[in-house]
Design a protein around this ligand. Structure first.
Ligand code: UT7
Length: 331
């Protein structure tokens, strides 16, 4: 029997309608459009404004569209993995809420927390479910309502992040397409440079934690940048070497959209030209777990069956990694 690999067979995404531009941020904090564009590549980001709407609501839109595209009922899904750091509630898992909202009555699911690397870790987890032969349809969702944990008085962080959710369907493939290889890493000693101080069991919410604005993202940008620029480039290069891929072989770099300069450095280390580098940071900013599936969604039409894609990321934790995919279909 041929080896079962896990192939992405459909992608979809959702970003909220409300746009927050650099110009608008100029009115909120001491920053300017030129600084944001040149230091990050971001021009605008999307924000989920409506009261009472959460991460799962963006996922509902993304997943409903995905099921429609693939011609599937929600009851045909076996497993739902939701990679997010901004779940609707501390518990239960947002995967459960999503299953309920879309009617995925035959699926079981869970959330996966690995900050900006969550989607990549979710993809690997889902791939193993498929490769085991036990499951045929695994949905991997990645996304965040970052605006719910961003301090819009802190110019170090508020200019970077946005809201959005993407989703992919994994199905078995026996023709040699799908997820070919992965290198995934964590280093918890990096947690001090990027985290949310309060709200967890270490520091449950109190009046004081709220007053001290400890429920927002805290980032030492310069340090994170240094680690990101080295590690995302290195792991992307390593996965090429390990699979005998030259820069000519790689068709697309699908890299976490945290900073255009980090993406450029990764492409340079891989020796690939900018025409192969997918970019949407200018329109969405950093959507944390959403960046990779939203890129796949935005650029799906460019991919051809057999294309070699390198997905790579770096984020809080620290967490980072790269996955090599042989694309399985023509749109
Ligand atoms: O997705 C998770 C992983 N996260 C990342 O990969 C993010 C990594 N870090 C970064 O992308 C960058 O470090 C930032 C975009 C966050 C910051 O860019 P930077 O080039 O590292 O700037 P910096 O923090 O070194 O600050 C340079 C200067 C400082 O002023 P002085 O001390 O040189 O006078 C900052 O105070 O820019 C100032 N600055 C700003 N100026 C205008 C910092 N933020 C802003 C701002 N607008 N928003």
């Amino acid at each position: 029997m041929s080896k079962i690999t896990a192939a992405i067979t459909c992608v979809n995404g959702y970003v909220p309608e409300t746009v927050l531009t650099n110009k608008e941020l100029e009115q909120m904090v001491d920053t300017n459009d030129e600084w944001i564009r040149s230091r990050t590549g971001i021009v605008e980001r999307r924000i989920q404004k409506e009261t009472g709407k959460a991460t799962s609501d963006m996922a509902v839109e993304a997943v409903k569209g995905l099921l429609e595209k693939r011609g599937l009922g929600a009851d045909e899904l076996d497993v739902v993995i939701f990679s997010t750091i901004t779940g609707d509630l501390i518990f239960p898992a947002t995967a459960n809420i999503l299953c309920d909202k879309i009617g995925a009555v035959n699926a079981w699911g869970f959330d996966l927390a690995a900050a900006c690397s969550g989607f990549l870790f979710g993809l690997e987890t889902g791939a193993n479910f498929i490769e085991s032969g036990h499951y045929k349809k695994v949905l991997v969702v990645g996304g965040d309502k970052m605006s719910s944990i961003i301090d819009y008085t802190d110019r170090n962080t508020c200019i970077i992040f946005g809201d959005g959710v993407g989703a992919v369907l994994l199905e078995p493939n026996t023709e040699g397409f799908g997820i070919m290889d992965r290198i995934l890493k964590t280093d918890g000693s990096g947690r001090e440079f990027l985290h949310q101080k309060a709200g967890g069991s270490l520091m449950p919410p109190t009046h004081e934690t709220v007053e001290k604005r400890m429920h927002f993202v805290y980032q030492e940008g310069k340090t994170v940048y240094k680690f990101a620029v080295i590690n995302m480039a290195e792991v992307s290069h390593q996965i090429m070497l390990r699979n005998g891929l030259t820069s000519d072989d790689v068709d697309w770099l699908v890299a976490h959209q945290a900073n255009k300069r980090i993406i450029d450095a990764t492409a340079e280390r891989m020796g690939i030209g900018s025409e192969k580098v997918l970019i949407n940071i200018d329109r969405y900013g950093n959507t944390t777990n959403g960046t990779l599936p939203l890129l796949l969604w935005d650029f799906e039409k460019k991919f051809k069956k057999g294309d070699d894609l390198i997905l790579s990321t770096f984020g809080g934790g620290f967490t980072w990694g790269a996955i090599y995919i042989k694309w399985a279909y023509n749109s």
